[in-house]
Design a protein around this ligand. Structure first.
Ligand SMILES: [Zn+2]
Ligand SMILES: [Zn+2]
Length: 136
């Protein structure tokens, strides 16, 4: 039997179940993620679209990514938690991005890649053991 994990926004209006393990877990230090998360970086889980089951309504902010691509940033309209990120390329590849800080449990979360390290906060020490990309 396949495992699933659950998560949701701060107020609980939006809930989801996702197949576990995720395809990948990465940290994005891009300035757009910093702004949207109100934090130093964003923790991003990559999941097959078919492995995500979401209930509740998300609002979408249509962002323009650092390289000009459309980025749909989806958040709870009630509490503002960022929950999903989607892009036309992700749709073509059959994947979707989950803001992994919205998972109910942080057990076993270990990002394998950090990207946009050029804009990472100076105080944050990226572990030596992970792959680092200056941009994407
Ligand atoms: Zn909410
Ligand atoms: Zn980012």
């Amino acid at each position: 039997m396949s495992e699933t994990r659950e998560g949701g926004c701060l107020c609980g209006s939006v809930r989801y179940k996702v197949d576990w393990p995720l395809a990948a877990l990465v940290v994005c230090h891009c300035t757009h993620c910093q702004k949207q998360a109100g934090s130093a970086f964003s923790l991003v889980g990559v999941a097959p679209r078919g492995g995500l089951h979401l209930t509740g309504e998300l609002s979408t902010y249509e962002d323009s990514g650092t390289t000009g691509q459309t980025v749909y940033r989806q958040f709870c309209p009630r509490c503002g938690s960022p929950v999903l990120t989607d892009t036309p390329a992700a749709r073509e590849q059959g994947i979707i991005f989950i803001k992994a800080g919205t998972l109910d449990s942080s057990e076993g979360l270990e990002p394998s890649l950090h990207y946009w390290c050029d804009s990472a906060h100076d105080w944050f020490a990226i572990p030596e053991s992970v792959e680092k990309l200056a941009t994407q």
